[in-house]
Design a protein around this ligand. Structure first.
Ligand code: D5M
Ligand code: FE
Ligand code: ZN
Length: 531
């Protein structure tokens, strides 16, 4: 049969410009001759319909039951004999994308419950959509006030120092930089500030200059002190607290303790009240010659299977498309050269995802939004292009809370920087989640200005982790890795792009074609492999 399997049916519908509800696809797949049913459904569809809904299919099947294998072959209901293949299709007819509420059971032509027979795969999602909840916080789309002028840098740093500093001020007896300078030599002093400079001295100690609203003050970390080990974790512009003893001339302080804003060790993450899952992916790179279409097809197919019935959310952490002109000579590896066409193709790929899965996405550095972070969500034109599945499109970073579980989504460009600056054992491409731990410790997704990561100063610092997320989701480095840091689940989600020439040249082996699936009720992770 040419149209066996829901994903093929979805593909056929999308190639003709239609999106489809999952339930509708399942019903078509359940008929004796899905190809004929599909044609009949399309014939029957109202002219203005863009989405094939379950009621379209049901109403056709009620009028022309001949094509409905489940009910016509044996009205007495032998379909139940089909055992595990027999799927109750009438309970979850939902459209996540519209939030429409529909009746939960349908009479058949013979008055009994609809049972589908011989369904190769697929069933409705596991739960009532009314049990779902999805909230967005920190989306700065449309809120950008930055002009890139000096005043913006002053306000963004002031905001950062104020908000991250407030997490440290209770822990140290702190004074402003200028006040410390006039304290008597030998006093105990404390300060909260941004890392302005880190230098090694001739004798191998470390000099860390902290800056606050009043000025700067130098702190000396002796090489044989326990804190010396933390110096190689420091990034410029992160917020820290120091405590120590002033030298005789009060021109410098010897560090006794160093504090990071950090996630409290006692942090207890929230969990969902029912068994429900989210698939976390990123770096799809549609439009690249290396985009792994077959792996994506398998992923979409899998989402239509009963095994995936609890997957009700799909989060995509940036790099939807390959983009154009992102890296030198990138055009030589493009499959689709027009940026809008890339998003059209991406939209087709989204349509393969069951219509009742909620999708949330943020942009990445390959996407057609400003490169500097925070990156606003896509503009109206791109939203229109990507509208078929009705995804929620928010800024990079943003926090999405799924049934009480907060997920901080950040594309991850700063991870390159963390990995470059920190020693291998603290952050590496092979263990991207460990680099994420560093960001959690700093309570900031991209601390360092003026480096590799481009930042746009705004009135407020959108890159701060004001609240501790339950899950931190990044991508960008194309490596799969996850683990827990002070009970926060950090996941870097791999990619859907095979190794590029650049990656070959620097010996990066991407983890392509994997989908980490998170149980929102336990925060356990399973990885599904599609490559
Ligand atoms: O980034 C994928 C990963 O590869 C990320 O760690 C950056 C790195 N990368 C990829 N191409 C380049 C070039 N040309 N220069 C420097 N770094 C690169 P992505 O954002 O998906 O391209
Ligand atoms: Fe990428
Ligand atoms: Zn990227």
């Amino acid at each position: 049969m040419p149209l066996e399997g829901p994903a093929r049916i979805v593909g056929e519908l999308t190639s003709r410009g239609y999106n489809a509800e999952r339930e509708a696809v399942t019903r078509i797949a359940a008929t004796e001759d899905p190809a004929t049913t599909l044609e009949a459904v399309l014939e029957d569809l109202p002219d203005d319909a863009l989405v094939v809904r379950s009621e379209h299919v049901e109403s056709l099947l009620e009028r022309e039951p001949v094509s409905d294998g489940a009910r016509t072959t044996d009205p007495a209901g032998s379909s139940t004999d089909d055992g595990p293949d027999s799927i109750e299709s009438s309970t979850h007819n939902t459209s996540a994308s519209t939030g429409d509420e529909r009746s939960t059971s349908r009479p058949t032509a013979t008055g009994g419950p609809v049972e589908t027979k011989g369904v190769p795969e697929g069933s409705g999602r596991s739960a009532d959509p009314l049990e779902r909840s999805l909230e967005i916080a920190g989306d700065m789309t449309g809120e950008s006030t930055g002009t890139g002028e000096y005043g913006d840098f002053v306000s963004v740093f002031r905001d950062r120092l104020e908000r991250l500093g407030s997490k440290l001020r209770g822990r140290v007896n702190h004074r402003p930089a200028t006040a410390i300078q006039s304290m008597p030599g030998g006093s105990e002093a404390g300060m909260v500030g941004l890392v302005n400079d880190v230098r090694s001295t001739a004798s191998g100690h470390w000099l860390i200059e902290l800056e606050d609203a009043t000025g700067t003050f130098p702190w000396l970390v002796m090489k044989d002190r326990e804190y010396a080990d933390l110096v190689d974790e420091l990034l410029y512009d992160e917020v820290l607290a120091m405590e120590g003893t002033l030298a005789d001339d009060s021109g410098i302080a010897f560090v006794d303790s160093m504090y990071f804003p950090d996630v409290p060790r006692t942090h207890e993450p929230s969990t969902a009240d029912r068994h429900v899952q989210a698939a976390l992916i990123s770096d799809v790179h549609v439009g690249s010659q290396e985009f792994m279409g077959e792996a994506w097809n398998r992923f979409a197919d899998w989402l239509h299977t009963p095994e995936a019935q609890h997957v009700e959310y799909l989060l995509i952490a940036g790099d939807m498309v390959e983009g154009v002109g992102v890296y030198p000579n990138q055009d030589e590896e493009l499959d689709v050269i027009d940026i809008y066409e890339q998003y059209e193709v991406f939209n087709e790929r989204l349509k393969q995802v069951p219509g009742d899965i909620e999708i949330v996405m943020i942009p990445g550095n390959h996407d057609a939004v400003r490169l500097a972070e925070p990156q606003p969500g896509f503009d109206e034109k791109l939203r229109t292009i990507m509208s078929a599945h009705d995804p929620r499109i928010v800024s990079n970073p943003s926090t999405v809370t799924l049934e009480g579980v907060s997920v901080l989504m950040y594309h991850g460009v700063s991870l390159d920087e963390v990995i470059a600056e920190l020693p291998e054992e603290k952050a590496s491409y092979d263990d991207p989640h460990r680099a994420m731990y560093q960001l959690l410790k700093k309570r900031h997704v991209a601390p360092q200005f003026g480096g590799h990561t481009r930042l746009a100063p705004e009135e407020k610092d959108y890159l701060i982790m004001e609240e501790v997320p339950d899950i931190f989701h990044t991508g960008h480095v194309h490596k799969l890795g996850f683990g827990k840091y002070h009970n926060v689940l950090a996941i870097n989600s791999g990619c859907w792009q095979a190794q590029t020439d650049f990656q070959k040249s620097v010996n990066i082996q991407p983890d392509a074609g994997f989908a980490p699936i998170v149980d929102l009720d336990t925060l356990d992770v399973t990885v599904q492999k599609f490559s």
